[in-house]
Ligand binder design. Structure first.
Ligand code: 9J3
Length: 283
């Protein structure tokens, strides 16, 4: 090549780089208001799992457009049913994830069986997505699985994270676990929600213990809702809490389930007046 040709080639590469940059800007972050809203940009549908294999019940929420999305299992707490988490299923799907909101075999199951059931639901929904007859056929990328759960379901979220390091991200909400307090082996990024005035899963005996046990390299966030009770990250909470938790939950799965690192700035700026504490590490 002549030096003129080389210069011309370099200019072409430069132009391509500019175009690539432009397309990144075209997909810039949504506004805080958009992330805090009850629903995201996508239209959603839902389907019940007719024959749950290894767990109690499941409702799958999914965007009507798109394929190969990350899948999040959502588990309730002791004596709770899936209604406690329904808004999470709807919110996640409206932002481009598939969510399976489960009920456990019995509402009294301990965190260990909840973790087992969460894994069973992920496997079944991923397998169903590979069948052409499914209403959510082709929607799930079986290599991108994540977990979320409230209370004993939050304990289950920690346990499934410990047992299945292939998971991409997790959100334990007001997690409760009695027999294991230390989770230094977890490598699955953890966004932990806590409720300051929780007397069912007191922060000092549960969320704080789990949080301080994490490896210092683990990508992690601790978001504690000010003055709120055990139900602060569930359907029973206020719109303000749903907005603050919802914004960082979407960002967490965008970063760690979708690989969209732009959303790290949402996490960095994720504190809110409704939080009494907002701590981050390993990001
Ligand atoms: O809501 C929960 O799953 C908290 C755990 C709990 O109530 O334990 C009592 C045995």
């Amino acid at each position: 090549m002549t030096s003129t040709t080389v210069r011309f080639a370099k200019r072409l590469i430069g132009a391509a780089a500019l175009l690539a940059t432009a397309s990144v800007f075209a997909q810039s972050l949504p506004s805080d208001a958009a992330l805090q809203a009850t629903s995201g940009p996508l239209k959603i549908a839902q389907a019940n799992i007719a024959t749950p294999n290894g767990y109690g019940s499941g409702t799958v929420y999914y965007p009507t457009t798109g394929t190969n999305m990350g899948l999040v299992v959502i588990a309730p707490g002791f004596t709770e049913g899936p209604s406690f988490n329904a808004f999470w299923g709807e919110k996640l799907a409206s932002w481009g994830f598939v969510a399976v909101n489960i009920g456990t075999k019995t509402t009294l199951d301990l965190p260990g069986p909840r973790a087992t059931q969460m894994w069973a639901a992920l496997q079944q929904v991923a397998a169903l997505s590979k069948t052409s007859g499914s209403p959510f056929a082709g929607k799930v990328d079986a290599n991108r699985l994540a977990a979320m759960g409230h209370s004993m379901g939050g304990g289950g979220t920690l346990l499934i994270s410990q047992d299945h390091p292939t998971l991409k991200a997790a959100i334990p909400m007001a997690p409760w676990n009695l027999t294991q307090k230390n989770f230094p082996k977890i490598t699955v990024p953890q966004l932990m929600f806590a409720c300051q005035n929780d007397i069912i899963a007191p922060v000092s005996g549960h969320a704080d213990r789990f949080w301080t046990s994490f490896n210092t390299t683990l990508p992690r966030v601790f978001a504690e809702s000010k003055g709120q009770d055990h139900f602060c990250p569930t359907n029973l909470t206020s719109a303000a809490e749903k907005a603050a938790f919802g914004r960082i939950a979407i960002a967490w799965y965008k970063i760690y389930l979708d690989g969209d690192t732009q959303y790290k700035q949402v996490i960095t700026n994720g504190n809110s007046p409704v939080f009494s504490r907002y701590l981050t590490g390993g990001l």
